[in-house]
Ligand binder design. Sequence first.
Ligand code: FMN
Length: 378
Amino acid sequence: MRAQLATDFERFKQRALPRDFPSHVREAYGIDLTARYLGTTIPHPIGKGSGQLSLNQGQLEVDAEAGLAFAVLKTVIAQDAGGAQSMAAWAIHEAKMKVERRGGGWTVTWKGRGWDRSFEEYLALARVGGDLTRDGHLLVVPSVKYHLPRLGEPFKDSEYAFTTRALATAWGEPLLLLEKDFSPTLAGDALAGEQAQILRWLREVPVRIRAQAAVRLAVKVMNARFDDDFQMEMVRAASGADALIVFNRLFDPARGVAYGGPELIERNLRVLDRLTPGATPGIPELSGTGGISSGRMILEYARRGCESVQLHTFFQLPLDEYAATDGSRTQRALHQLVFDPVDGLIAGMLALEAQGVLERRGGELHFLDLAANAHHAR
Ligand SMILES: Cc1cc2nc3c(=O)[nH]c(=O)nc-3n(C[C@H](O)[C@H](O)[C@H](O)COP(=O)(O)O)c2cc1C
């Protein structure tokens, strides 16, 4: 299998990775990469996190062609029927992004802004997303930042109502899949200095959204400026969601930017270590995000209970950082994440088998067994 992996890695370098690579992985290695996001079965765990890489139909089509498992649309800022946005400060154009090294890994400088075009244009993109999802080409999930009130103030339900219903209609049948973004810039905002306030948001926001339309809801939990204990409290408070994305980027108050890289993955895995196994009954499905740049890192999240992962930075590197010389950026990234003979998903799962961490069932290794095992007492 090692020899086969080396051969596959070389051969897919020079010609674009086939869309149906999970079937090849299953036949050649006896590895079942099936994963799950928001209750939906997906052929492998790798999706694209919300951001600049899912702003238009063209990007989604390239991702569908590459065989990406899912893509989360750029976050739109909620509005009411009159177009008023209480979070309007986030609906402005992002300055030019810079991909740079930080702490030995890559990060993209990002101020944390949301969608900066009209809501109608976002609805059009959501419509395309619904079609791609129904046709089985690519699971596409819109993302929204809704009004977050101060303690003692009411939620602006008019924004929750208008935005959620419009998205549900644009999306179509059978059920809108939705992410709620608690952006990391919030960590730099005066509003986010209050623990009771944050916990109220995490508890009440899922209820507010569900009151407006039938949705399957994922909450992207932010990395707050507090300690790991509070991060755990946030996860417990958000248990009204169907899935949690763990955890949004860190915030650098000195530079006023959100950042990722090794520091982010370290913090995320440390908190997840405490959540599993079984330490927090009733936590929803988990989707890992932050600092992932190899298949082995995907497995670190999976071993801590994540059934899928959402990457952004790794899909945004300079082209010469990928081993492959053919295919779209998404194909090149997937090629490396899955087939790298040392750090890829296949190599990593075979290594876990050799260590006795993962066992074959019915002759196959199953990616989802990792998360299932994490939820049982070790
Ligand atoms: C340029 C950029 C824009 C982003 N925009 C959003 C966004 O609009 N909404 C959101 O929830 N997350 C956003 N993110 C966060 C990513 O979805 C992802 O969770 C985060 O970057 C961690 O993953 P990574 O280390 O693989 O980049 C953005 C990240 C970057 C780098």
